[in-house]
Ligand binder design. Structure first.
Ligand SMILES: [Mg+2]
Length: 401
């Protein structure tokens, strides 16, 4: 059997997605997510111009060799565009291998290590009362873990607190801009978490995402101030280009730390993991080189008491979520999976067999990943340019996302 064709499909059923579909000479197909939020067409071009021609005629069973060929063969290693393209190929080949074997992919990864994949949802609100209602609605639907983001009265526009169901935000072709104030944020947030914890008691797992907006000592102060509310994790407190920042935070607080949704290879997090500077690694299938490479990252993490907590916002397609669930179910050091339901039109374009029940996601039991793309339907949703917003300080200085 050989790879007979590979197609890149760009569509926008509610938001933009890039998908790779590989066909074999035996008529099997496999799909991989290649979505890089806000830079979608760069990956589509990388695949079309530089990867698809290399795939034709290759043996689809040789997943590891194909990964090494695309990674080492490019000479220019790593980077989000390259690694997202490699991830799409890798994911599609695992899908095909599962179909050949007649097994769901998690069985090929060693079988299930747990009965279901624990997920957390996104609660937010324009006021603390709205936030409490949002948390309550997740609890009523069985969630045992909730990410809590609150609007800050002094800041007019903020990420992660939109009432719109479909987040991560990527709307205007030219990035929208908002104003950020670290001072107001650090003053406001502990009181919000205090109210949430008081309302819901000690059993509910609470998380909060800083989105890289603090310096290490500011994050250390925040971590300390949140200790009474026992977060499961504080996410992306500072940009991770400099691992020493996490060491500084660690020296001051026992609030657990999570980072990695923008990581694209094991080398982005190797030191953070090896020196136990973080507690959860949030790398994803789609941006970190596929199932093959993410398994490698998770195995390194397992050696160092770091658990998984993969990014799972709606900026990755149901194909990535399907692949993530197979890996989550199999690895020994699974921690928690982010989960945001997609828009109905996205679910229709990407028919999938995973299901949510009582705080858990369960992957499909079909052979392969249990997900596909309806290409005819996808064609009805053409690409629309969209960018993530940027934030600035009050004086106009561009700040971290
Ligand atoms: Mg995040």
């Amino acid at each position: 059997m050989s790879i007979a064709a590979a197609r890149v499909i760009v569509c926008s059923p509610g938001r933009n997605f890039v998908t790779l579909k590989i066909e074999t000479s035996d008529g099997l197909t496999g799909v991989g997510d290649a979505t890089l939020n806000g830079r979608e067409l760069a990956v589509a071009a990388y695949l079309n111009e530089h990867v698809v021609p290399l795939l034709i005629g290759r043996d689809p069973a040789r997943i590891e060799d194909t990964w090494q060929y695309l990674y080492k063969g490019a000479y220019w290693r790593r980077g989000p565009v390259t690694m997202t393209a490699i991830a799409a190929v890798d994911t599609a080949l695992w899908d095909i291998k599962g179909k050949v074997a007649g097994l769901p992919v998690y069985q090929l990864l060693g079988g299930r290590s747990r009965s279901g994949v624990s997920v957390y949802g996104h609660a937010n609100g324009a006021t603390v009362d709205d936030l409490l209602s949002s948390v309550a609605s997740f609890v009523s639907r069985g969630y045992r873990a909730v990410r809590v983001q609150a609007a800050i009265p002094e800041i007019s526009e903020m990420y992660g607190v939109s009432a719109a169901a479909i987040y991560e935000p990527a709307s205007a072709a030219i990035p929208a801009e908002s104003v950020w104030s670290t001072e107001h944020y650090l003053a406001h947030l502990p009181g919000v978490l205090a109210r949430v914890r008081a309302e819901f008691g000690p059993g509910l797992r609470l998380l909060h995402d800083v989105h890289h907006r603090l310096t290490p000592i500011e994050a250390a102060r925040l971590g300390k101030s949140l200790e009474p509310y026992a977060l499961t994790w504080l996410e992306d407190p500072v940009p991770a280009e400099l691992p020493d920042g996490y060491r500084l935070i660690r020296q001051h607080t026992t609030t657990p730390l999570a980072v990695g949704e923008v990581f694209n290879s094991i080398w982005d997090g190797e030191r953070l993991i090896r020196e136990q500077l973080i507690d959860y690694i949030r790398a994803t299938v789609v941006h970190a080189g596929g199932i093959t490479h993410l398994r490698r990252i998770f195995d390194l993490a397992a050696l160092h008491h770091v658990r998984t907590g993969s990014h799972g916002a709606t900026d990755l397609s149901p194909i990535c979520m399907s692949a993530a669930l197979h890996l989550d179910l199999a690895v020994p050091n699974f921690g928690l999976q982010e989960y945001m339901p997609h828009a109905p039109e996205t679910d229709e374009v990407f028919p999938h067999g995973y299901r949510y029940a009582d705080g858990y996601l369960h992957p499909s039991e079909e052979p392969g990943l249990g997900v596909d793309i309806d290409e005819a339907l996808a064609a009805k949703y053409p690409y629309r340019p969209a960018s993530l917003p940027v934030s600035r300080l009050a004086d106009g200085t561009l700040h971290d996302w």
